[in-house]
Ligand binder design. Sequence first.
Ligand code: SF4
Length: 430
Amino acid sequence: MMLSGVTPLCWQTNSYDVDTRPAIVTMPLDAVAVSNSDWRDRLSGMDIPLAVSSDNVTLDCLKTLISTGRLTFDQGVKLMVNPSLNSVTSLADMVKKARFQDYVFFNENLHVNSTNVCVLACRFCAFRKGPRHPDAYSLDVDQYIERVRPYSSRIDEVHTVGGLHPIWTVSEYCELFSNLKHEFPHIHIKALTAVEIKHLSSRSSLSFSETLSRLSEAGLNSLPGGGAEILVDSVRDRICMGKESSDEYLEIHGVAHSLGIPTNCTMLFGTVESVEDRINHLLRLREQQDESSGFQCFVPYPFLPDKTRLPEAQLATGQEIIRMISVSRLMLDNIPHIKAYRMNIGDKLASYAINCGADDVDGTVGHEEIMHEAGSKTSLNTSSEQLARMVTSSGAIPVKRNSSYSQFEIINLPEENASHVLPVITVEVP
Ligand code: SF4
C-alpha cells in the first residue's frame, strides 16, 4: 500500500496525550480488507479463548454462530444473565475480529442541533425546552452555517438532530440542508431521527416517503438512529409517551432504506425495561435489517439521569454497558458496525468496549449537547490523533472512515506509542 501523506497534528490536552508531538502518517485501506461477508469462515478458524471454551453458554453460541450465524432469543437472554461477563466479551471480541480484524473506525464529524424546542416531553430527555424557556433556541440558516464554518475544513460529516418544533415543516429543514450543501459540498449530512421525520411529515401533510425524498433532494444523506429507545411499546408508553411507536420507527427506517438513504439504529437502555425487552429490541432491528438492509451501524447507550424525570430508572453499571455492547455484536449478525458511543459512555469505557465487540468509536464530534445535558463528561472537540491514540492504546488499529463506511484510511502512530497488550489464553477444543 502507498503512503498518502502526513497529516498535521491539532495538539490538545487530554488523558491520551503524550509529551512529544508525534508524526502521524495515514495510508489508504482497501474497502475489501474490511468486507465481512466471510466472517463465519474466519470465526471457525480462530483460536478459542479459554473464557469462551470453558463456558457452556458461550461455547454453544460460538457453535451456532459458526453453523448458522444467527443466535436465538433464548441464547440472547442467556448471554445477558451469564455470570461470566468475560466469556461474553471474549466471544464478542472474536466475532468483531472475524469481521474487522484489529481495525477500529471513527470519522471526523460535528454535532449541530437545530433546535431544542420540542412539543413532547420524554421523561428521559434533558435536552428539550418549551418555546418560552430562556434557553430555548431555533437556528436560522445563517446561524446553522456559522456553527459549521469553523470546523468545515476538518470534518466531512454534520450530525443534526433536534426537538419537534411546533411550527417548522419540512421546508425549514430543506433550507438548512440545501444551504449547508451549497456552502460545504464535501460534508455528508446525517440528520433527523425517525420521530422528527414523523413530526415533519405530519406538519407538512406529506407521507414518510415524500418527506424523506424532499429532504434527500435538499442534501440529506443519511439518518441517525436516535429515538429507538426500546422497541417495546409498553416500555415506550412509560418513558416517552407520544413518541413514534416501535412499528413507526421501523417503518420510517425501512422507507429510508427503500429510497437508498442509509441509517443507523440505537437502543437506550437502563430505564425501566427488562432483559427480555432488550433482546426483543435487537430482534426487531435484525428482522427489519433482513427486510430493508439499510442499517449501517448499531449504537447502544445507557440512560443518563441528570435533569431527567425517571426516578425509577435502573441505571446501567459499567459492566452492564459493556455486556450490552457485546451481546449486541453477537445478536445483530446482519448489522455490520457496533459503536461504542463515546459521548455517552465516556472515552475509558469506549476504549475497553473496543475489546468487547465494538468496532467503531464515533467521531471527533466537536460539539455535543444531548448527552452532556444529561450528565456526560466526555471531552469534546477531540482530534483524530487523540482518537487514534485511544484506539491504539486498546491494542487496535485506528482507521478513519467516511460516513458511508466506503473509504478508509489507517492512521499510523509512531512506534513509541505502541500499546502493550496482554496475551489471551486459548485452548484447543476437541
Ligand atoms: S427525546 Fe426528542 S422527542 Fe423526546 S422530548 Fe427530547 S427532544 Fe423531544
